[in-house]
Design a binder for this molecule. Sequence first.
Ligand SMILES: Cc1ncc(COP(=O)(O)O)c(C=O)c1O
Length: 419
Amino acid sequence: MAPTKQLTLEDCRDLDSSDTLAAYRQRFAFSSNGNINFDANSMGAMAVDVPDRIQKLLTDGWRDKSRRAWTTEGWVDRPRELGAKISHMIGAGENDVVVCDNTTLNLYKLLSRAWRTRAGGNVILTEAHNFPTDLHVAQGLVGFLKELDVDIRLVAVETREELVAMMSPEVAILYLTQVDYRSSERWNLAEMNALARSNDALTVWDLSQSSGALDVDVLGADTDFAVGCGYKYLCGGPGGPAYLYIHPRHQKSSWPTIAGWLGHKEWDKFSTQYEPASDARSHLTGTPPVVANEIFSAAADIWQEVERTDVARKHESLTETLILLLEQECGALGVELNSPRDYQQRGGHISFRHEGAGPVSEAMVDHGLVGSFRYPDAIRLGMSPLYHSHEDIWNAVQIVKNVLSSEVWREPKYEKVSV
Ligand SMILES: Cc1ncc(COP(=O)(O)O)c(C=O)c1O
């Protein structure tokens, strides 16, 4: 068999020269120490105009307009506006998404709401290794309802095969994270929604590790409810708000779990009797975080300019290149792919195993590459289709190769591993 052609730096540069999203790199600010931050699956980069926008918010808004800025600067409407601006990135309509609270709170709002609108069944079905907060929300809700003598069960299975086999009319809600935060394994949204539907179950998805990287189409896949983090690929800023999505067929049917004044259909009339807004806005609660929303707005304005399918295409190319290069350059140094090889089966980041994963990830930072370690032996690299290039991937893999071949990671100073 003829040897497979080796990928070169020139090949990476060729791929970059035909990248239709290349210009967006300039819209983001990069680390002043020159590090390559491959942690978009954990914290997306800062849009370059964030400092100016915050400065303006503080002076023109807070200092000069004070209370009136809620209206004149649109602060109060920002959760709906942000939702509308990012809605195409998950294939939703503009009124189906709002940006608010964090993912955990939104999961609670939607899981409890799904429970109240379920067709039948008493089981919330999930995976035992779902992200901890997703599991805790379900454990908390089930525990609370059991105290009220409600007949409800949480079933968390170990494997995908078990999960599919468990689907039956007993399942009220299929509750999953689309992309596994460690291995990057991906569920097929449309297939799982169809399976749930054929058993009269509703679906609640966590898209935190998908949106802003993959081609997520919640409406096309007939998804009931979904949430996602704002601060990962979507670049909403550290601790920035999350989003929630509700299929239009569920928007009018009942009250939200937390009925707050800003979810009222005419909140500015200050009525004392709650009446839910007619769309996803009913799940807004109280005063929004204005500064955090301004940071997210800088990124949302960029997302408005791009097509979800272009983003996904570039992301596929970046991750394919990373897999090829990691195996080509570091395969003989003990690196083993820990994510599915088939693009349709994997999510936003690439995870690889190495016996010294923790210290290796620490040494990588010292040598200019930021990824993240996940216990016990995996390193995750999350690339952004908006601001990373194929050349970045070449450079990142050379850093991994250097750290491994020099064995610098064995130095005692790398023993203490950060999260
Ligand atoms: C799948 C998933 N869900 C939720 C979260 C975090 O939720 P929150 O925004 O409430 O901290 C993360 C964070 O990494 C995540 O990966």
